[in-house]
Design a protein around this ligand. Structure first.
Ligand code: PRP
Ligand code: URA
Length: 233
């Protein structure tokens, strides 16, 4: 069996992820591996049917959650292994919760639960007006002790940033510290990243990809269309 030819298996970092140096420091982007680019190609494809869209989005969400957990603080912890030796490891410090921006953010809850079994999850219902793209807040239900927790804010699409900013304002009004907010996102526009990350310089966001921009309806381009419709309907 012949070994794979690196020239055919490796892609250069392409798309606008190549200009990540221009992003604010608190915006982190997943490494543009060929696996990630292949997964994004599937969910961007207008021909992809719902089953494949859900399966593939869930795989990217899992990558985001695993990376997000790397940004939570840990403290040293020593354990004894079955061979009678000590292992000097670490354990997470502090409690977390997830908060999804409904509806699309709810698609990310299962990925968080897969990694953090009994994690508490709050919900904020924000909908963009289809004509103006302005966000409207309808509802928020959050854990009572959210002000003591690290908060993983979940929304797959960051376009103008209006919905995310409104959600962060809700979290801050409930006593969550800005530096304890970690925003997990699949696809962002540069405008959205800049709007959120400069307004809230102490939060961190992790996205899988930064696209080129927004169209006249404030949809992300090239984007993938309406995430919520493609995932749930
Ligand atoms: C989408 C998306 C974000 C928002 C992004 O939700 O999930 O919440 O738009 O746009 P913005 O950055 O310009 O605010 P939408 O309001 O369409 O509702 P949905 O989750 O029900 O699809
Ligand atoms: N919401 C989406 O689902 N997609 C976009 O491109 C913008 C907002």
């Amino acid at each position: 069996m012949s070994s794979p030819n690196p020239a055919t298996t490796c892609l250069p970092a392409s798309g606008s992820n190549a200009n990540r140096a221009e992003l604010p420091e608190n915006a982190l982007v997943l490494p543009p591996t060929t696996q990630l680019q292949a997964l994004l190609t599937i969910i961007r494809d207008e021909k992809t049917q719902r089953g494949d869209f859900v399966f593939t989005s869930d795989r990217i969400i899992r990558l985001l959650v695993e990376e997000g957990l790397n940004h939570l603080p840990v403290v040293p912890k020593t354990v004894r292994t079955p061979v009678g030796l000590e292992y000097e490891g670490v354990t997470f410090q502090g409690r977390i919760c997830g908060v999804s921006i409904m509806r699309a953010g709810e698609a990310m809850e299962a990925g968080l639960r897969d990694c953090c079994r009994s994690v508490r999850i709050g919900k904020i219902l924000i909908q963009r007006d289809e004509e103006t793209a302005q966000p409207k807040l309808f509802y928020a239900k959050l854990p009572d002790d959210i002000s003591e927790r690290y908060c993983l804010l979940l929304d797959p699409m960051l376009a103008t940033g209006g919905s995310c900013i409104k959600a962060i304002e809700v979290l801050l009004s409930h006593g969550v510290k800005e530096e304890r907010i970690l925003f997990l996102n699949l696809i962002a526009s540069p405008e959205g990243v800049n709007n959120v990350c400069t307004k809230f310089p102490k939060l961190r966001m992790i996205t899988a990809w930064v696209d080129e921009g927004l169209d006249s309806r404030s949809y992300i381009i090239p984007g993938l269309g309406d995430f919520g419709d493609r995932y749930f309907l």
